[in-house]
Design a protein around this ligand. Structure first.
Ligand SMILES: Nc1ncnc2c1ncn2[C@@H]1O[C@H](COP(=O)(O)OP(=O)(O)OP(=O)(O)O)[C@@H](O)[C@H]1O
Length: 273
């Protein structure tokens, strides 16, 4: 049974259809990427999954839970966390403070436990601190632990954003362009972290990423959106030779002569954008 199931989802804003009858599955334990040109509907899809938008039509389920009308905090409580494209961190707070705050704010049962089990509150607090420290080690943020987030390099801030999502103990992690604005070395680090998140922590990952080289390297499955419609889905190998995908990225249909230049598709190869 797929862990996340998106069935015939349409999302409409007035006259604009951001998503049109999109269906996809995200099996447990996989890295699944959603790609597509600018404005294709990728972030809209993540917003629907994470409860920020509710589909105009269609259904989204995560195991037995229906997400179609669920609020973001309810989606989080089902085990879905999101690292945002625009960082959701408090720049004037340290890395540790940001992660502890995220854990307290979103995992409300910890606060509730603190109240219900007066006297055990310190134990809950100690456990939260221990959990946060473990995530800091995992994301190799030890040296920045007590640094204010606003003073950190952008690439490190992106890592803190992923760490923030991991403190929520997700089963499914949604990553919205985690490598945007990073240099090559920072990207390589982030790729390694994403693979470790999947392999070592057993977390399913949905990734939106513009770097198609990275997408093709690390994804088990890739879905391609164009103008809100799903135009392809499959293994990276299948998707990268799909004529509809090549056309979406180059604006050139398979039967037309290919353009010259660095974005020109080569035989059987995915174009880069
Ligand atoms: N809140 C909104 N109100 C109106 N239109 C919206 C809203 N959110 C998204 N859209 C529209 O929906 C379409 C898809 O946008 P979306 O941000 O999901 O695309 P995207 O694939 O994530 O793009 P990018 O790669 O540039 O981030 C666009 O036409 C966008 O203008």
């Amino acid at each position: 049974m797929p862990q996340l199931h998106v069935e015939n989802v349409t999302l409409q804003f007035g006259g604009v259809k951001a998503l049109r009858d999109v269906s996809l599955i995200v099996p447990e334990g996989e890295i699944v990427s959603i790609i597509g040109p600018n404005g294709a509907g990728k972030t809209s899809m993540l917003n629907c999954i994470s409860g920020f938008y509710h589909p105009t039509a269609g259904r989204i389920t995560f195991g037995d839970h229906d997400l179609s009308k669920a609020a973001p905090n309810v989606v989080t409580s089902y085990g879905i966390a999101r690292a945002f494209q625009n960082l959701e961190l408090f720049r004037g707070m340290t890395v540790v403070e940001n992660l502890l705050l995220a854990r307290h704010t979103h995992l409300r049962y910890n606060l509730l436990q603190s109240i219900l089990y007066y006297g055990k509150a310190s134990k809950v607090e100690a456990f939260n601190r221990h959990y946060v420290e473990q995530i800091i080690d995992f994301m190799e943020l030890e040296e920045y632990r007590h640094h204010h987030v606003g003073t950190l390099a952008y690439g490190v801030q992106k890592r803190v954003e992923v760490a923030r999502a991991l403190t929520l103990e997700p089963k499914l992690l949604l990553l919205d362009e985690p490598m945007a604005g990073m240099n090559v070395e920072e990207k390589e680090d982030m790729v390694r972290f994403i693979l470790d998140i999947q392999r070592e922590r057993g977390i399913t990952v949905v990734l939106i990423e513009h770097d198609l080289g990275v997408v093709m390297d690390i994804s088990d499955r890739v879905y391609v959106l164009d103008f809100g419609q799903l135009i392809a889905g499959g293994t990276p190998e299948e998707v990268s030779v799909n004529p509809k995908v090549i056309e979406a990225y180059t604006g050139v249909a398979e039967h037309e002569p290919a353009p010259h230049g660095e974005n020109a598709p080569t035989n059987g190869q995915m174009v880069t954008v």
